[in-house]
Design a protein around this ligand. Structure first.
Ligand SMILES: [Zn+2]
Length: 248
């Protein structure tokens, strides 16, 4: 049995569903779930969006064939997330980023822990923007793509005071070291928040005091770096933009 989180579902024909799971041991796992046996009857189906589940998989024997789910049981249904529209939007956004970042059969255990931690932060918490900001910075770090937040990318000296965050160059520069005309500046305090989120233990971030306005402001600084680095804008950003107070 493998512990897995359901990230996306798509129906194929009348009986089959293709499920994309995130697992600690195998990275992404895509499998067909038609006829999968539910091991325990309960309120939640074991193969539904954002359900943490335990699955028994018949792995593909030939390239090009999909693995198949034989049986599944719920570990944690995250019911509160599926009852809140904004939490659902946030979970969909995080899933899309993971699906586009993590590979099949290439595990990144830190990303599994990050997603579980983020779902816990969402659950009944209400601060969607803070969760998304923490998730995005930590996903970049887990994948080894995190921006430079300590030293100026031009002169190499440690940044103190105001700086410029450049998505194209990959992090911070002194204001005096930026060649082109005026660029949006980031305060020392805001940079300290970004460093804190990137470097502290995941569990300690649950107590980070960051209101929604500040979270969305910081997200707007970081997000262009993410899209530039990944080479795409997640589709789910449109849904996030429909939430009150959120505009990228
Ligand atoms: Zn500099």
């Amino acid at each position: 049995m493998v512990e897995a989180l359901v990230l996306s579902l798509s129906d194929v024909g009348e009986e089959d569903r293709i499920v994309t799971f995130l697992t600690r041991e195998h990275g992404l796992l895509r499998a067909a779930a038609g006829g999968a046996r539910s091991l325990k009857k309960g309120r939640t189906a074991p193969i539904d969006l954002f359900v943490r589940t335990r699955i028994q998989v018949a792995y593909r024997e030939q390239p090009g064939r999909l693995s198949r789910i034989r049986a599944a049981e719920v570990i944690e249904p995250y019911l509160l997330i599926r009852e809140s529209y904004s939490d659902l939007c946030a979970a969909s956004y995080m899933s899309e980023l993971i699906i586009r970042s993590v590979q099949e059969s290439d595990p990144v255990p830190g990303v599994y822990e990050l997603m579980m931690n983020s779902l816990k932060l969402l659950k009944g918490e209400g601060n969607v923007f803070r969760t998304i900001l923490i998730f995005e910075l930590r996903l970049l770090k887990e994948m080894g793509w995190d921006p430079e937040l300590e030293k100026c990318l031009k002169c190499g000296d440690v940044i103190k005071g105001k700086s410029v965050f450049s998505p194209l160059e990959g992090g911070v520069l002194h204001v005096k070291c930026t060649g082109q005309g005026p660029q949006p500046q980031i305060s020392a305090g805001d940079l300290a928040f970004l460093r804190f989120i990137t470097n502290r233990s995941l569990h300690s971030l649950g107590n980070l005091k960051l209101n929604e306005a500040k979270s969305s402001q910081l997200f707007r600084i970081v997000h262009p770096f993410t899209t530039h680095h990944l080479g795409f804008e997640p589709r789910a950003i449109k849904v996030l933009n429909s939430l009150p107070g959120w505009s990228i």
